[in-house]
Design a protein around this ligand. Structure first.
Ligand SMILES: Cc1cc2nc3c(=O)[nH]c(=O)nc-3n(C[C@H](O)[C@H](O)[C@H](O)COP(=O)(O)OP(=O)(O)OC[C@H]3O[C@@H](n4cnc5c(N)ncnc54)[C@H](O)[C@@H]3O)c2cc1C
Length: 348
């Protein structure tokens, strides 16, 4: 099937759409930088309008559909699947070959190395059938058999090219993937087949820009930041730039990646500062295990005003939407950050 994107100026753009492929996936795979954020139906950023042809709208209860004018043919590209040749319009201008970075594609893999990090957090790897390249901070959508729809998970590891992707998942009460991961013995999930699409996401680390980084993570929002720290460590980024990470969890028992964070802080004493922000009170005993990291009782956004920043600082925020929104507000009102200095992923 062919999808045609009409444009206000210039010739329409045509691209081929595989059967069962979401419109967003085929557009990105064909290197059209169409707008999107979550790629999983919640944010509504990938809104487009059907001019002619037939679409299966996919997830009818998707939260991102709430703002759509469906009577005017609006649909979510991340959910819709073409049933015939279609002509669509996108609210921003698009051009061919405009996807920046690595071109997203479909992958298959096997879940392996499942590990419970805390009561609420599980890490696992996916062994891919082929190699992939991605930028630190990016995510993939994962589809598990027997679970309807895709879930977005950010890569924890970083390598220029790899066939292993590491993910970390926080339990979400009542969620389908959470039930799959947390509701049974981890051995039963070993070797589970998954399909993936990506790499996706705009909140990416670009070392060439030589920014100082302010990384603000809530819970599993630490995922992409671990990838950024890994890349920064590999390329000697911290020799000439500084990174400050604030990692928010509820209490000391909820901290994960502690030994990795301690190892990195010890190695880069001068230019890497890590603060664990606990939203609940901690005991003295709990404090001892965190040794060379700063630990304080606060919400992540409350620590922004004390962080040293400049016009050359790039802030990355990831985690639950209220934490991301509060941090963006604080960066803009207290620190005078511009929109260009802030990159974020809301784990909605
Ligand atoms: C960019 C991004 C990166 C993320 N990275 C991480 C991460 O690294 N670690 C982490 O723990 N969480 C991450 N999340 C959140 C994660 O994607 C899930 O929302 C979360 O794990 C809860 O999933 P669940 O299946 O347990 O909950 P559910 O409530 O069952 O599902 C959550 C999400 O799945 C999709 N979904 C649900 N039902 C359907 C359906 N019928 N059809 C289609 N889609 C459906 C929707 O996107 C929904 O918001 C990220 C989210 C985003 C947007």
């Amino acid at each position: 099937m062919t999808i045609t994107v009409g444009r206000k100026t210039g010739e329409p753009i045509n691209f081929e759409n595989n059967p069962q492929e979401k419109v967003l996936q085929s557009a990105l795979r064909n290197q059209l930088a169409v707008p999107y954020e979550c790629a999983t139906g919640t944010c509504g950023s990938c809104r487009a309008k059907l001019i002619s042809g037939e679409l299966d709208q996919g997830w009818v209860d998707a939260p991102g559909r709430k703002a759509l004018k469906t009577e005017r043919g609006e649909f979510l590209m991340c959910q819709a699947v073409a049933q015939s040749d279609c002509e669509i319009r996108i609210p921003s201008s698009v051009s061919e070959g405009s996807v920046k970075g690595f071109i997203p594609d479909h992958y298959s893999g096997t879940v392996t190395q499942l590990k419970q990090l805390t009561d609420e957090v599980i890490a696992f790897s996916v062994a891919l059938e082929e190699t992939i390249s991605f930028q630190a901070g990016q995510f993939m959508t994962l589809e598990f058999p027997d679970i309807v729809g895709a879930r977005a998970y950010s890569m924890v590891n970083y390598a220029q090219q790899t066939d292993q992707l590491e993910f970390v998942v926080k339990r979400f009460e009542g969620g389908a993937c959470s039930r799959l991961l947390f509701g049974q013995s981890l051995e039963l999930l070993e070797n589970q087949k998954v399909t993936l699409f990506g790499p996706l996401g705009h909140a990416v680390f670009e070392p060439d820009l030589e920014h100082d980084l302010l990384l603000l993570a809530g819970g599993s929002g630490i995922a992409g930041m671990m990838a950024m720290l890994e890349q920064a460590d590999q390329i000697g980024y911290l020799e000439s730039n500084s990174i400050e990470l604030v990692f928010g969890v509820r209490s000391a028992v909820d901290i994960f990646y502690l030994s990795d964070l301690q190892r990195l802080t010890t190695k880069h004493l001068n230019n890497l500062k890590i603060t664990i922000a606990l939203s609940e009170r901690m005991t003295d005993g709990e404090l001892q295990q965190t040794t060379n990291l700063q630990v304080t009782q606060a919400f992540v956004h409350e620590l922004i005003s004390a962080a040293p920043t400049s016009d050359h600082t790039m802030a990355f925020i990831a985690g639950p939407p209220p934490m991301v929104d509060a941090s963006i507000r604080e960066l803009i009102t207290d620190k005078g950050f511009t929109a260009e200095q802030i990159r974020y992923d809301k784990f909605a």
